[in-house]
Design a binder for this molecule. Structure first.
Ligand code: LLP
Length: 416
């Protein structure tokens, strides 16, 4: 459930009409709802009902400092994949001891920085990374907390670009070799083994693949236990899907209770790394209709947002609802492709949408809170949109619209 609803004909974000937000901040503009964000985070947190756990929000889904800060105030942990994400979390008031560091290609400077601030653990994804962490920890005179991200080889049954837990994917250490890595780690002077983790993909709409992965991970955990290698936590990654159209993913409470049932009495702390399920439906992208182009084969509504602002439709063929800011319209209902100004045929936000549209209308692309702004670019030299967060009746600007000058700040001419 989210807090983007119609009141009579007008779309509201919590207590604010999105039309007023667009009038004040311009378009395109990302609008987030604090109440939705908090509700979704709490849905995960409450699901554990006192069982030891830590929700580590996946920063890549939406890394705006205000979003991170709202979650940090709730006590959230964070899953990061770069030193940039780490610095964002710290700048937003996140606790270093609640940060887990995932990612297949951690550089030396990134590992060093994470060791210096004292993060919760590294999710090691490749054999050489373990040696690197051990060496760098030794140089800094610290002990590095380590978990292995294992690749359990299960089919997440999601889009191939966002499936990560199959053996042909680049992620994690294949589950057969993992025992060997744990044995190596147990012998290393500057490594402390703290956990195990897996992340099998994103936008999963069934519980079964998570449970299959967990079976395989638990078999390994029991084997490790038998060798005297004990773990403190089990991190099951992110990946719980959301409803974009008619998907019916399990509720966090049902998902978590299925995981806890399977865990039995093993007594680990459970960690999760949800991104999309927390922030996806907590955001919309507002865009204004610039022109209508009616051709023999297609009707195009050309809007001021484009694939550089929201790439999911172009990149994954993702379907996101597009709804009017005001349903009161005298226009004829027609079938439209909603397209941006970027010079690519793949630049669309939605295809074949039945809508009543007049130039100047304001539209909202729903479910844009996750992997929206964070995947935006400056392609076609388009400044990135503003981001605002609604909190009840208040609207806060949380990222200024990029200026034209910012587009080339940092670029240099050759000497004359
Ligand atoms: N943990 C790890 C290690 C991950 O790689 C990811 C996402 C997550 C957690 C969070 O997954 P979530 O709960 O958000 O599903 N850009 C794509 C999604 C890519 C997901 C990458 N990894 C999209 O827009 O659909």
């Amino acid at each position: 459930m989210d807090f983007f609803n119609y009141r009579q004909t007008k779309l509201f974000a919590e207590e604010c009409a999105v039309e007023d937000i667009a009038a004040q901040f311009g378009t395109p503009c990302y609008v987030y709802s604090r109440a939705t964000l908090e509700r979704h985070w709490r849905a995960f947190d409450d699901a554990f009902k006192g069982y030891p756990h830590l929700i580590c929000y996946a920063v890549k889904a939406n890394s705006n400092l205000a979003v991170l800060n709202v979650l940090a105030r709730l006590g959230s942990g964070f899953d990061i994949v770069s030193v940039g994400e780490m610095r964002r979390v710290l700048a937003a008031g996140g606790a270093p001891e609640k940060i887990v560091f995932s990612g297949v290609g951690k550089r030396e400077d990134e590992i060093r920085a994470a060791l210096q601030v004292g993060i919760r653990c590294f999710n090691v994804e490749v054999s050489g990374e373990l040696d690197r962490i051990n060496r760098l920890a030794g140089e800094l005179g610290v002990i590095a907390p380590v978990s292995f991200r294992v690749n359990p080889d299960v089919d997440a049954k999601t889009h191939p670009y966002i499936s990560t837990g199959l053996k042909e994917n680049k992620f994690g250490i294949d589950i057969q070799s993992a025992i060997h890595e744990y044995r190596r780690a147990a012998q290393m002077p500057n490594i402390k083994i703290v956990g195990i983790d897996c992340h099998i993909g994103s936008q999963l709409t069934e519980t079964a693949p998570f449970l299959d992965a967990m079976d395989r991970v638990l078999a390994l955990v029991d084997q490790l236990q038998g060798e005297g290698i004990s773990l403190r936590h089990l991190d099951l990654g992110g990946g719980l899907g959301i409803c974009y159209r008619d998907e019916q993913p399990p509720l966090p409470a049902d998902y978590v209770s299925a995981l806890l049932d399977k865990l039995g009495d093993r007594g680990f702390e459970i960690m999760l790394e949800p991104g999309r399920a927390i922030v996806g439906n907590a955001g919309v992208l507002l865009t204004k209709v610039e022109y209508l182009k009616l051709t023999a084969g297609k009707n195009f509504a050309i809007v001021d947002a484009a694939m550089n602002d929201l790439v999911r439709p172009s990149l994954y063929g993702a379907w996101q609802a597009i709804i009017p800011a005001d349903t009161n319209s005298n226009a004829e209902p027609l079938t439209w492709d909603i397209v941006g100004p970027v010079c690519e045929t793949g630049d669309f936000l939605g295809k074949n949408r039945e809508l009543k549209i007049t130039p100047g209308d304001l539209l909202a692309v729903r479910s844009a809170g996750a992997y929206g702004f964070t995947m935006s670019s400056n392609y076609n030299s388009r400044p990135r949109p503003a981001e605002v967060m609604v909190d009840g009746a208040q609207v806060h600007l949380i990222r200024e619209r990029e200026s034209i000058e910012q587009l080339w700040a940092g670029e240099k001419l050759l000497p004359v």
